[in-house]
Ligand binder design. Structure first.
Ligand code: CP3
Length: 347
């Protein structure tokens, strides 16, 4: 099967374009990871960065949930922080702590020293993973590439890791907007080039993760973030592959996320799907939005919640079933599989 036919036949890609589908397509953010025994077996022998930098391992981990769950898309196994390494960020995934950045950037000189990135050189291993996965999937299941959005990446670079209040991030934004925009401009350039390179390597859709952007007011989003994310979506639209724009806690930001760009907007579980879709307008596709904790609920309760989301989608064109955020590490695999089947019974 050539890739053009696969494109038109995949229910995931059809839903991204708001075309009719035989049933609701499903995939899960963080569908590859510690909740899967197959992943833990590889992770026992290799660090996260080792897996990401070895295309055969990264490709294998990308394929594990496709085989085990029957999802309608694969997502490249990588991490949003990888492109920061060639920019000059010294990062580590510390056990139990999440990412730690040893040289956080908080000054104009620090921002000036961040290096531009040529994805084919310094992120070539990720692009090789994309090629390997495409070959393995053989046109049957589409592959989603991804990157972190400039705001979410900036928050890690400035805070040095995860954050509760984004104090240092907002401090730079409010006290030195020039340095802030210089940093965001550099990140947007790297992310746009990296995503376009993933598409050229074979990614059939891409997702921009702006996971933490919900800490901003609409006014701050418009002034400090929107132009930078918009540049990325503008460059992606020239590639012709659909782009998914994801954030959490975004209820009041939804019209602005749509303005920044993306054929599909991700909704988290705090925003009822029908309410969010109406706020966005039905001329854009939506993705979401089961609470990841619902996958720990008794089967009947899980089913009630999956059905409620499908009812809110109301059979409109352009709904992709997903969680509102990533799968949690202790999630029972059987429930994830059951949720796929429940969503597929939608029509
Ligand atoms: O299956 C997939 O979705 C693809 C793989 C993927 C990873 N990270 C691998 C990973 C994806 C899409 C990401 C995105 C990512 N990484 C985001 C955006 C999505 C989100 O959750 O909001 C963010 C914010 C990060 C940064 C990051 N990486 C954090 C906060 C952590 C630690 C949290 C944790 O779950 O431990 C990571 C580590 C990480 N990235 C893991 C995986 C599978 C777990 C680490 C491990 O295996 O030890």
């Amino acid at each position: 099967m050539n890739s053009l036919r696969a494109k038109s036949e995949s229910r995931f890609l059809r839903a991204c374009r708001r075309e009719p589908v035989d049933c609701t397509p499903v995939w899960f953010m963080r569908q590859a990871g510690r909740y899967m025994p197959e992943y833990r077996a590889i992770r026992a022998k290799h660090s996260l960065l080792e897996i990401c930098s070895q295309p055969d391992l990264a490709a294998e981990v990308t394929l594990q949930p496709v085989r085990a769950l029957g999802v309608d898309a694969a997502i490249l196994f990588a991490d949003i922080l990888l492109p920061l390494i060639p920019m000059g960020i010294n990062l580590e995934f510390a056990a139990g702590e999440g990412p730690v950045i040893h040289n956080p950037i908080r000054t104009p000189a620090g921002v000036a020293a961040l290096r531009p990135v040529e994805p084919c050189d310094s992120l070539g291993h990720v692009l090789e993973t994309v090629r390997l996965v495409r070959r393995e999937l053989d046109g049957k299941t589409p592959l989603i590439g991804f990157a972190g959005a400039p705001f979410t990446l900036a928050s890690y670079i400035i805070e040095g890791g995860a954050s509760r209040n984004y104090l240092k991030t907002k401090q730079m934004m409010y006290a030195d907007p020039h340095t802030w925009h210089t940093l965001m401009g550099k990140l947007a350039r790297v992310v746009a080039d990296y995503l376009v390179a993933q598409v050229e390597a074979g990614a059939q859709a891409v997702q921009l993760f702006d996971s933490w952007v919900g800490c901003l007011s609409p006014d701050d989003y418009r002034e400090y973030v929107l132009p930078h994310s918009q540049l990325i979506f503008r460059e992606l639209s020239a590639t012709g592959v659909p782009a998914i724009h994801f954030g959490t806690d975004t209820a009041t930001l939804l019209p602005l996320l749509k303005e920044a760009g993306g054929e599909v907007i991700g909704l988290d579980w705090r925003t009822p799907l029908d309410w969010g879709w109406r706020a966005l307008g039905f001329d854009v596709a939506v993705q979401g939005n089961l609470d990841p904790v619902a996958l720990f609920a008794p089967r009947a309760e899980l089913e009630r919640r999956v059905r409620a989301i499908l009812e809110q989608a109301g059979g409109r064109l352009g709904h992709i079933f997903n969680l509102g955020h990533g799968i949690l590490p202790e999630t029972p695999v059987a429930n994830v599989k059951a949720a796929v089947e429940m969503a597929h019974e939608s029509r």
